[in-house]
Write a protein that binds this ligand. Structure first.
Ligand SMILES: CC(C)(COP(=O)(O)OP(=O)(O)OC[C@H]1O[C@@H](n2cnc3c(N)ncnc32)[C@H](O)[C@@H]1OP(=O)(O)O)[C@@H](O)C(=O)NCCC(=O)NCCS
Length: 163
């Protein structure tokens, strides 16, 4: 499917242990996207990271995938926090070729719906302040949000899913 054809994308839950989808989406991120996502140079994911991201249980750890035909083009994860069962950390990735077509927003909305279903009230994003794309994606999501901490160029933003 061509990258302009967003109307035909499917949004589905990641199957537990689907490491190849996690790898495929990472492979589609260029160096800048990887930097923004991982806050540093990131030539590859470790085996441990791939296993961790794909170990979804659809309750404490969920992931939604955007699929073009058979090709995964984006993924959004949440992982519930140990110290607060109503809160989870979130991350979103869309392969470069498919940026700015609404996929990140749709992934975030779909993931938020799943999070609410699993009684998660707050999503926390740890984001480089310079990451305009993610800041804009959160703005477009239109849920109340606040900056909960800052460490150098990195901010933590809490998004309230209850309203
Ligand atoms: C952040 C990311 C997921 C956004 O995905 P996307 O599919 O391109 O986002 P969308 O198309 O849904 O865009 C959402 C909003 O952000 C805006 N936006 C997206 N990229 C932008 C950019 N580079 N500059 C300015 N605005 C941008 C869009 O215009 C849109 O706003 P609008 O509807 O008012 O026009 C994507 O850029 C990405 O994968 N980045 C690398 C990984 C990363 O940084 N993840 C976040 C850290 S957890």
């Amino acid at each position: 499917m061509r990258s302009g054809d967003v109307s035909r994308l499917a949004y589905q839950l990641l199957a537990a242990g689907d490491t190849s989808t996690v790898r495929d989406v990472f492979d589609g991120l260029g160096p800048e996207s990887r930097y923004l996502r991982y806050h540093g140079v990131k030539p590859q994911l470790s085996e441990q990271e791939v296993r961790y991201f794909s170990e979804v249980d659809h309750h404490d750890h969920e992931a939604v995938v955007a699929v073009a035909g058979t090709e995964p083009v984006g993924i959004a994860f949440y992982v519930r926090r140990h110290d607060d069962v109503r809160a989870a950390d979130v991350a979103v990735e869309v392969v470069d070729e498919w940026h700015r077509q609404g996929i990140g927003s749709r992934l975030l909305r779909t993931l938020a719906r799943r999070a609410r279903e699993e009684h998660v009230d707050r999503l926390y994003g740890t984001i480089l302040q310079s990451n305009v794309a993610m800041m804009e994606t959160l703005r477009r999501f239109r849920a109340p949000s606040e900056t909960t901490s800052r460490a150098g160029p990195v901010v933590e933003i809490a998004v309230d899913l209850q309203r």
